[in-house]
Design a protein around this ligand. Structure first.
Ligand code: ATP
Ligand code: MG
Length: 767
């Protein structure tokens, strides 16, 4: 038995050692479920199992990466290197690409994010003569998503009385028609949305038993974390794959099922015993994460739910501090109270900002904390919300990258056909789109069809369209040769995007420019890492990775110490020493949606349980007596959840303007708190110090045109020059290629090999 199994308790070890047959681990938060999966994989690898025979499905990419890291530390990087480990979406994307010939999709199919999907729905509504106001695209999309996750295709939807009645009740009776068109358009565009990745895997396995057999054979061991939050579509994929060998281990906690609103089925975990009657059940009861007080308080919360599997969870860690409740006058004061609290405590023996997390029910609540933290000088990282990859300038660039690998991608095309402006107006685009719809082809095909000249466009427009098509064709041709980084720099320069960004010298414009620069860094890092690992670094590979980033994965500055701000949903599976759960008020948490619906209220309560059980040492709960919401200032009541916690674990601190502690004095000193005009509104601006900055700052007077003066620094570069690169270190220029501004230098670095660098992007210092 490998030594490392000593790091488990008896129950955990038993679960790890039961390698054959179906295993179910049901256990409360912090009891080592994820640890069991991790050690189980390490154990299999230390025996005879090959890493590629193991399929491990996690809820986030981050969880997969952490697990991989841990396994590598237990059995060595080599052994752990070719595991099939990742989220459902990333694993099945990989399989769908490999088997694309069976699905009729191109191997380079692109992925539509929610924004793309909504925009496609808008176009469809438009064609159908329906007003957007009547059919909110978000509502339509969630109905389509729910159908897909229950494997209901458009034809079945049109016969599904329950769905039709629900649509009629929501005054959107034509969703089934929109759904059919939406599917067709995505297919034509060679694009899949997130739900399609699961749906199409199911269809692939259903229609091609030989493909299914191949993967059944490959995956000798299947492991699933957070099983309680799988939806129907995911559940069926796992079941099919597990069928022949039945070597499946799932871990979960019914008390932490929090994605019901997105179609997750808590029943999947409850039905495991019916699916695999010969299953073995493992219960883990000891919580290693939290203090006794936190575990006991969490147990008292969840005991209010009727629908649950009763389980024991105990901790033998120290008893720990009581759960603190902070009350604030207003939402703004809540922000200040917590900022002050962190500053005061961090000054004590609580060393790192990394140890603190602020958890909230909805993304919008983050703003108050961002502002108070900025004022207090507390560094923070924020997950979710408008993530990096959702920013306009990044989406524009991504749309170009998508076009380079799949020009049939209609949403990408519409985004960039006239960005930067090339005189292709809305009327032209509408006509192109109508022609595409009428002939059942894509806009790209219309653009390339000889019949385009008969569509009534004037010669100027035809020329502009021709020029656009030419640019994209150039990218498509190059995407086979260049790696993701070189493709991205090529696209930035040739598309006109770079010029466009350079021409905006406002603060916002610079921030956008810097974001694009940051993305370029990300692409470069991706390419370097892939090449280092001997893996492909094409644009297709890069886009696959970016499309599958989840809220939790937007972390690109992990080095520095920061307080984490995130929704409770994103915090699943994570742990922090000190957790603040904020906005514990009726109408915020539980959310107003849950109203009097018992099931939804129980899901909210599970969410509260998840939040409390993230903490290792201390939980602080806070609520405000008034909150600015939907443009109105409202008085609000503390949440019923506060009353549900066993009072013996609570300490109510009179720290607000109601009370009388030192903290109170501080809050009184900040009198203008209640003056709403005083709300800080200026958003933070990243420091402008990009690799583009020399070119940008000089560009205002020249309207962003490339001129030699901007590259004068580089005129001095010649073959034989010694240079220094921020990342690759010292090197020597061995060749120069191309004309300014597109001059490329071949540099032989002392420690990084020879690289080809576009001078306008490379951070080269001449020595
Ligand atoms: P959640 O339900 O929140 O996902 P979990 O059941 O997956 O929790 P883990 O994250 O695996 O729990 O474990 C919680 C913490 O306890 C981790 O820090 C883990 O390393 C630690 N832990 C679990 N088991 C042991 C053990 N036997 N010895 C020491 N530490 C342990
Ligand atoms: Mg876990």
């Amino acid at each position: 038995m490998p030594e490392f199994l000593q790091q488990l308790n008896d129950a955990q070890r038993e679960a790890v050692l039961s390698t054959d047959g179906p295993n179910l681990v049901i256990a409360g938060a912090g009891s080592g479920k994820t640890r069991v999966l991790t050690y189980r994989i390490a154990y299999l690898l230390s025996g005879n199992a090959a890493p590629w025979n193991i399929l491990a499905l996690t809820f986030t990419n981050k969880a997969a990466a952490e697990m991989k890291e841990r396994i590598a530390s237990l059995v060595g990087r080599e052994r752990a290197s070719r595991l099939w480990m990742g989220t459902f979406h990333s694993i099945f994307l990989r399989i769908l690409r490999a088997e694309h010939e069976r699905t009729g999709y191109p191997s380079n199919f692109t992925i539509y994010d929610t924004g793309d999907s909504k925009s496609l729905i808008k176009s469809i509504l438009n064609e159908m003569g329906i007003k957007e106001k009547e059919y909110r695209p978000g509502l339509v999309l969630s109905k389509i998503s729910s159908a897909k996750n229950n494997l209901i295709l458009p034809n079945a939807y049109a016969r599904d009385q329950k769905r039709l009645m629900s649509d009629a009740a929501s005054k959107v009776p034509r969703v089934h028609e929109i759904y059919a068109r939406y599917m067709k358009e995505c297919y034509k565009a060679g694009a899949m949305d997130f739900d399609d990745l699961l749906l199409n895997t199911n269809i692939l396995f259903r229609d091609h038993p030989d493909v299914l057999a191949k993967y059944c054979n490959l995956f000798k061991y299947i492991l699933v974390d957070e099983y309680q939050d799988t939806n129907m579509s995911q559940y069926l994929i796992i079941r099919k794959l597990a069928e022949p060998d039945r070597n499946i281990t799932v871990v979960g906690d019914d008390a932490q099922s929090i994605y019901g609103f997105r179609g997750a089925k808590i029943e999947n975990i409850l039905n495991f015993r019916n699916d695999y009657p010969d299953y073995k059940l493992f219960k883990l009861e000891q919580n290693y994460r939290s203090t006794q007080t936190i575990v006991n308080a969490a147990n008292s919360i969840i005991s209010n739910n009727k629908g649950q599997i009763r389980k024991q969870v105990f901790s033998v860690n120290e008893e720990g501090e009581k759960i603190r409740i902070l009350q604030a006058y207003s939402d703004v004061e809540e922000g200040y109270l917590i900022a002050n609290d962190i500053v005061a405590r961090k000054g004590g023996d609580e060393a790192s900002f990394n140890d603190y997390a602020i958890l909230y029910r909805t993304n919008a609540q983050s703003r108050i904390f961002e502002e108070s933290f900025r004022k207090a000088g507390i560094p923070y990282r924020i997950y979710g919300g408008l993530s990096f990859y959702q920013r306009k300038e990044i989406k524009d660039l991504l749309a170009y990258l998508r076009m380079a690998i799949n020009p049939r991608d209609g949403e990408a095309l519409k985004r960039i056909i006239n960005y930067p402006a090339r005189g292709i107006g809305k009327t032209t685009l509408d006509r192109l789109e109508a022609t595409a719809v009428h002939n059942d082809i894509t806009i790209w095909e219309v653009l390339n069809h000889p019949g385009i000249s008969a569509l009534g466009f004037n010669s100027g427009t035809l020329r502009k369209l021709g020029a656009f098509t030419g640019i994209i064709k150039g990218f498509v041709a190059k995407s086979g040769e260049l790696d993701a980084y070189n493709m991205t720099t090529e696209i930035l320069a040739t598309s006109g995007l770079l010029k466009e960004l350079q021409s905006d010298t406002s603060t916002e414009g610079r921030a956008r420019f810097e974001n694009v620069d940051e993305m370029l860094n990300a692409v470069r890092e991706f390419c370097d890492a892939r090449k280092e690992a001997g893996e492909p670094a094409s644009l297709t590979d890069y886009l696959a990775e970016v499309s599958l980033m989840t809220d939790q994965d937007n972390e690109n500055e992990a080095e520095s110490e920061k307080v984490t701000l995130m929704t409770i949903h994103s915090a699943k599976g994570l742990e922090f020493p000190y957790v603040y759960i904020v906005g514990i008020e009726e109408g915020t948490f539980p959310s107003p949606m849950s109203g009097s619906n018992m099931q939804e209220l129980e899901e909210e309560r599970r969410l509260f349980y998840v939040a409390v059980t993230r903490a290792e040492k201390r939980v602080t709960l806070s609520y405000a007596r008034s909150r600015f919401k939907n443009g109105e200032f409202n008085f609000v009541n503390p949440s019923r959840f506060l009353r549900e916690i066993d009072q013996s674990y609570l300490s109510i601190e009179e720290k607000s303007a109601f009370g009388g502690s030192g903290m109170r004095e501080q809050s009184q000193a900040r009198k203008p708190l209640f003056n709403f005009s005083d709300r800080p509104t200026e958003p933070s601006r990243p420091k402008f110090s990009s690799s583009f900055s020399n070119t940008v700052s000089g560009s205002s007077s020249e309207g962003g045109r490339f001129t030699d003066s901007k590259f004068s620094e580089f005129d001095r570069i010649s073959v034989g020059c010694k240079v220094e690169h921020e990342r690759f270190g010292l090197g020597e220029v061995i060749a120069l290629e191309g004309q300014a501004p597109d001059t490329k230098a071949h540099v032989r670095f002392e420690n990084a090999g020879t690289k080809q660098l576009l001078l306008k992007f490379a951070k080269l210092k001449i020595l």
